[in-house]
Design a binder for this molecule. Structure first.
Ligand SMILES: O=C(O)CCC(=O)c1ccccc1C(=O)O
Ligand SMILES: [Mg+2]
Length: 379
């Protein structure tokens, strides 16, 4: 395939309600939609999931846009790409910047699937027609407010409820949820807010039969998580610490977790996600697909990866309406009774709706073949 142009559509979207984690609160979501155009004028789409600020991980949107403009978009335009797996090879000399890499690679995957008249799920090798989804609930000012949100999402039929925790908002809050809702599928995400000094608190959570505790300790850590997993019966799930195939291998070998949350952007794209999928399957480590407050394009990529067999646990890919009054795709993603049906339309399975996108659009940067990377050491 020959890609002639890449467009970076930079959007500022307002979320319905603020979302609070142990690292901060946000309501405005700065999103970049990548559009890769081939020599016949067909477009494929990807979404960059970097945060506004480097709080979840080291990546942040301003830096990702520079990385895409300076390196990853020009490289894809300047090379003939027979299969999307080649994109990771082309990006390999450049360290990290996984969310920027993944956004460009994702657009290439969508384009490839459309050129071959396949769904993105089929192009990836996924078989499921429907995927199970859960929901991620942010911290609320009071436990009572959180209980109301849980009630609403249980009523909507989500397949599991994830709540954010942090020191001081953990054991009592989880106890109240269990008391009110009985044995619903429940898990907690700490976004790296604890250390091994908090082991007694983390042990106390064992009493509530959580499906898992997500990323209790430092982002990037594998050693302390392995120590913690030996101390607690609740399965540890890693999010922030799994930023590559190599870290997934390390986590499995060290026993740092029993479950992995795969975020396509965090690990560098679909090709890397598939590699981690196959590794985890071989080691009986179940997977699920995490979310990054995505607009529709990212949501559809997440659904496509979840169609792979070892994504056996419900993901964070809820309905478009979870965060948006109006998403940028038609049709929007809709979860019914906690199930999303995989579209049979080619590629990501929905159209990017430029009329809807217009209301959020701040700027579009266009990269063409003339924008060669300006580097000292690269041939
Ligand atoms: O609904 C979603 O998109 C997932 C929400 C979520 O939990 C999250 C959102 C932004 C950054 C990190 C995380 C996380 O999974 O830790
Ligand atoms: Mg998480």
């Amino acid at each position: 395939m020959k890609i002639t142009e890449i467009r970076l559509h930079q959007l500022m979207m307002k979320m319905r309600t603020p979302f609070t984690t142990s690292f901060g609160t946000q309501q405005d979501r700065f999103i970049t939609i990548v559009e890769a155009v081939d020599d016949t004028g067909r477009s494929g789409f990807g979404e960059c999931v970097s945060g506004e600020d480097p709080l979840y991980s080291e990546e942040f949107m301003d830096a990702s846009i520079i990385a895409m403009k300076k390196y990853f978009a020009p490289i894809v335009i300047q090379n003939e790409i027979d299969h999307p797996d080649k994109v990771w090879e082309l990006f390999k000399p450049f360290k990290r910047n996984n969310m920027a890499k993944s956004a460009i690679e994702g657009a290439v995957w969508d384009l490839y699937a459309k050129q071959n008249d396949m769904t993105l799920a089929e192009a990836i090798g996924g078989k499921k027609q429907q995927v199970e989804v859960g929901i991620s609930l942010g911290l609320e000012d009071t436990d009572e407010l959180l209980l109301e949100k849980v009630q609403e999402k249980v009523d909507e039929g989500y397949k599991r409820i994830k709540v954010k925790i942090k020191p001081g908002r953990d054991v009592d809050m989880i106890r109240k949820i269990r008391e009110r809702f009985g044995d619903i599928p429940l898990m907690a995400d700490a976004n790296s807010a604890y250390t091994l000094d908090d082991v007694e608190t983390l042990k106390a959570l064992d009493a509530f039969d959580l499906m898992m505790i997500e990323q209790p300790l430092a982002a990037g850590d594998l050693i302390d998580h392995a120590k913690l997993q030996k101390e607690i019966s609740t399965p540890v799930c890693l999010d922030e610490s799994i930023d590559s195939y190599e870290s997934a291998l390390g986590a499995i070998e060290l026993g740092s977790c029993e479950i992995i949350n795969v975020k396509v952007g965090r690990v560098g794209g679909i090709t890397q996600s598939r590699k981690i999928h196959d590794l985890a399957e071989k080691h009986d480590i179940p997977l699920w697909c995490g979310g990054m407050l995505e607009a529709g394009v990212g949501r559809l990529h997440n659904i496509a990866i979840t169609t792979l067999g070892n994504f056996t646990l419900p993901g964070d890919t809820a309905s478009s309406s979870r965060y948006w009054y109006e998403d940028i795709i038609t049709p929007e993603v809709v979860a019914e009774d906690g199930l999303v049906t995989v579209s049979s339309a080619p590629g990501i399975g929905a159209d990017v709706d430029f009329a809807k996108m217009q209301q959020y659009l701040k700027k579009t940067d266009v990269i063409t073949g003339a924008d060669a990377p300006d580097m000292i050491f690269y041939d």
